[in-house]
Design a protein around this ligand. Structure first.
Ligand SMILES: *Cc1c(COP(=O)(O)O)cnc(C)c1O
Length: 396
C-alpha cells in the first residue's frame, strides 16, 4: 500500500542532499586519521575540519574561530544557556526566555531554576510572535542572559531577534538565539543580527543528524558543558565528528545555492496548501501569523479531531507529517507552543504541521489535498464531540 513516501515533516528532519552524502562517504572511506595526531594523515583531517569551519563561518558572516562544532542543536542550546548562566552567576541570576522555545532551551532553563537562577518565560501573542511589551517589562538589572528562538519549529513564526538585541544594547546582557529553523531558510548574517550566541543543526538543513554548531561571539566567555581533551580550543572536547562537520558545512552551502528561488517555490506551495485546506475543510484554523512565518511551515488545528489519529490515517497513504506533540510522543499533553498561543486543549490536540522543503512538489501537495478532507470527515464522523456540536447547532 505504501508505495511512495510523501514527506511533509521537514521541520523535524530533512532528506540529505546527495552532494552531502558523497562528501561524507569520501571522509569515512579515506580520511579516518585522528585530527589531533602528529602525522600528516591526521593533520590532513585537521585541515578538512578547518575548511569546513571556514565555509560555515563565511556563509554566516562570522569568523571561523567563533564557530564550535557540537553533537547537534540540543547540545548547542544546552551549552549556550547553561554555560552562559553559570559563567555569569556572580553578575546576576535572572534569565529571560519565551514560552514557545524548543525543549532544548526550556528544559535547560528549568535546570537553571533548580540551580537557583530565576527565569522569566515571556509569553507570545495569539499570532505566535513574542509579546514585546512583556519582554521589555521582563528585562531587569540582574538579567544576565536572554534566549529566544529565531523561528519557532511548530508554527514557523519569526521572532523579533534584532529588536531584542537592539533593546538590550549597552545593558551587558548576553543574547542567545536557537536559529535551527532559520538557518538555511534565509540568508543570515549573524553579525548583522547582533546576537552573542546562535545554535544551528545539520539535519534540519539537508545535512547529517548528530552534528550542529554553536556560534559564540569573539570575547564572550561561557563555561564548558563537556570536559575532556583539547578539541575545539578545549571548549568542546571529544574526537571530532569529521564526516558530520564536513556534511554540515556542505549542507548549508548547498542549501543556500539559489535560495531565493527555492524559497519562492516553497512559499507558493505553502500558500497553495493553506488556501485549499482553509477552503475545503470546515472548522479549521491556521496557527501562527500567516505573513510573519518561514515559507515552509503550515500548522492547522482541526476541531473535533485527535492529532495522532490524523497522523496515522495520513500514514496509511505514505504521507509523513506531524502533530503538536511529536517530539514527546508517548505523552498526551498538547504542544506547549499551541497552548502558548492560547489554544484550548481540545483544539491544540487536533493540530497538523505540514513542513515543506525544496524537495517537495506540487504533485505531493495535491496528493495531500486529495486525501486530507476525507480523512478529516471520516474522523469527525466517529467523534462524539462533533456529534455533540452538530446536535447543539441544530437547536439554534
Ligand atoms: C530540531 C530542533 C532542535 C534540536 O536539534 P538537534 O540537532 O536535533 O538536537 C533545537 N531547536 C529547534 C528549534 C529545532 O527545531
Amino acid at each position: 500500500m505504501k508505495e511512495k513516501i510523501i514527506y511533509f515533516d521537514n521541520a523535524a528532519t530533512t532528506k540529505m542532499h546527495d552532494t552531502v552524502i558523497e562528501e561524507m562517504i569520501d571522509i569515512y572511506k579515506n580520511e579516518y586519521g585522528n585530527p589531533s595526531s602528529v602525522y600528516d594523515f591526521g593533520n590532513r583531517v585537521k585541515s578538512i575540519i578547518e575548511n569546513a569551519r571556514i565555509s560555515l563561518a563565511n556563509n554566516l558572516g562570522v569568523e571561523p574561530k567563533e564557530i564550535y562544532f557540537t553533537s547537534g542543536a540540543t547540545e548547542a542550546d544546552n551549552w549556550a544557556v547553561l554555560g552562559a548562566a553559570r559563567k555569569l552567576k556572580n553578575k546576576g541570576n535572572h534569565i529571560i526566555t519565551s514560552t514557545i522555545e524548543h525543549h532544548a532551551v526550556l528544559h535547560s532553563a528549568e535546570q537553571l531554576e533548580k540551580e537557583g537562577f530565576e527565569v522569566t518565560y515571556v509569553p507570545v501573542r495569539a499570532d505566535g510572535i513574542l509579546n514585546f511589551e512583556e519582554f521589555k517589562k521582563a528585562v531587569r538589572d540582574d538579567t544576565i542572559l536572554i534566549s529566544v528562538m529565531a523561528v519557532n519549529n511548530e508554527i514557523g513564526t519569526i521572532q523579533p531577534i534584532r529588536e531584542i538585541v537592539e533593546y538590550v544594547k549597552g545593558k551587558n546582557i548576553l543574547v542567545h538565539t536557537d536559529a535551527v529553523q532559520l538557518i538555511g531558510k534565509a540568508h543570515v548574517d549573524i553579525k548583522e543580527l547582533g546576537v552573542d550566541m546562535l545554535s544551528l543543526s545539520g539535519h534540519k538543513i539537508h545535512g547529517p543528524k548528530g552534528v550542529g554548531a554553536l556560534y559564540i561571539r569573539k570575547g564572550v566567555q561561557i563555561e564548558n558543558l563537556i570536559f575532556g581533551g583539547g578539541q575545539e580550543k578545549k571548549k568542546r572536547p571529544g574526537t571530532e565528528n569529521v564526516a558530520g562537520i564536513v556534511g554540515l558545512a556542505k549542507a548549508l552551502d548547498q542549501t543556500l545555492q539559489n535560495l531565493d528561488e527555492k524559497e519562492d517555490k516553497i512559499l507558493e506551495l505553502r500558500e497553495y496548501i493553506i488556501d485549499n485546506v482553509l477552503e475545503r475543510i470546515p472548522y479549521v484554523r491556521l496557527n501562527g501569523c500567516r505573513q510573519n512565518r518561514i515559507p515552509g511551515n503550515a500548522n492547522f488545528s482541526f476541531s473535533f479531531i485527535e492529532g495522532e489519529s490524523m497522523l496515522l490515517a495520513l500514514d496509511m497513504y505514505g504521507i509523513c507529517a506531524s502533530s503538536g506533540s511529536a517530539c514527546t510522543s508517548g505523552s498526551l499533553d498538547p504542544s506547549h507552543v499551541l497552548l502558548g498561543i492560547g489554544l484550548p486543549h481540545e483544539i491544540a490536540h487536533g493540530s497538523l504541521r505540514i513542513s515543506i522543503s525544496e524537495y517537495s512538489t506540487k504533485e505531493e501537495a495535491d496528493y495531500l489535498l486529495e486525501k486530507l478532507p476525507n480523512i478529516i470527515e471520516k474522523l469527525r464522523e466517529m467523534s462524539p464531540l462533533y456529534e455533540d456540536f452538530l446536535n447543539k447547532k441544530g437547536e439554534y
